[in-house]
Design a protein around this ligand. Structure first.
Ligand code: NI
Length: 172
């Protein structure tokens, strides 16, 4: 077990519902948090993680669709923003904060990303496919939105019931 792994908060935790604060300066603390988040994401294993999921209300996300296989694929993004989006795609999506659920979520097919990197440089990227999806999912976390909030209210009611039962029996 990697000692740097952080605890991932689960659906139902109020911290996941809060809109995260922008990062105003990049310091040692942010660098260490980012490093621990990457390790936690890889260990989970997951393809994306947002700071609110580990209890930090900051606009910081990590994305790696290769799950540690390809170092160049890793993105650590500060204050990420989608400046434009095109098309749509409805695909099944999971979340480390909603373990065991795969939900159909509508996302933009292509997004234009603007973010700050750990070294302070500004990044502008055009993303599509899985990367575009993960980015939208993680930015949702920064705004207190989970995949459970992006499905029909009928389905959401069922899932909420199921999860609250799991919580009562200590399985959540
Ligand atoms: Ni998630």
């Amino acid at each position: 077990m990697d000692e740097a792994a952080l605890k991932i908060l689960k659906y139902g935790d109020v911290a996941l519902k809060v809109k995260a604060r922008a990062v105003t300066c990049i310091d040692q603390r942010i660098a260490e948090l980012a490093k621990a988040m990457v390790q936690t994401m890889h260990q989970a294993p997951g393809i994306g993680l947002a700071a609110p999921q580990v209890g930090e209300s900051l606009r910081l996300i990590t994305v790696d669709t290769s799950v540690g296989e390809i170092p160049e694929e890793l993105l650590v993004l500060i204050n990420p923003e989608i400046t434009a989006a095109e098309g749509f795609e409805i695909c099944e999506e999971g979340c480390l904060s909603v373990p065991g659920y795969s939900l159909s979520v509508k996302r933009s097919a292509k997004v234009f990303l603007q973010a700050i990197l750990l070294d302070g440089r500004e990044l502008r990227l055009e993303l599509d496919g899985l990367k575009a999806r993960v980015l939208q999912h993680e930015i949702d976390h920064l705004d207190g939105i989970l995949i459970v909030d992006r499905i029909s209210s009928l389905k959401r009611t069922l899932i909420r019931k199921e999860i609250s039962q799991k919580r009562k029996s200590g399985q959540w």
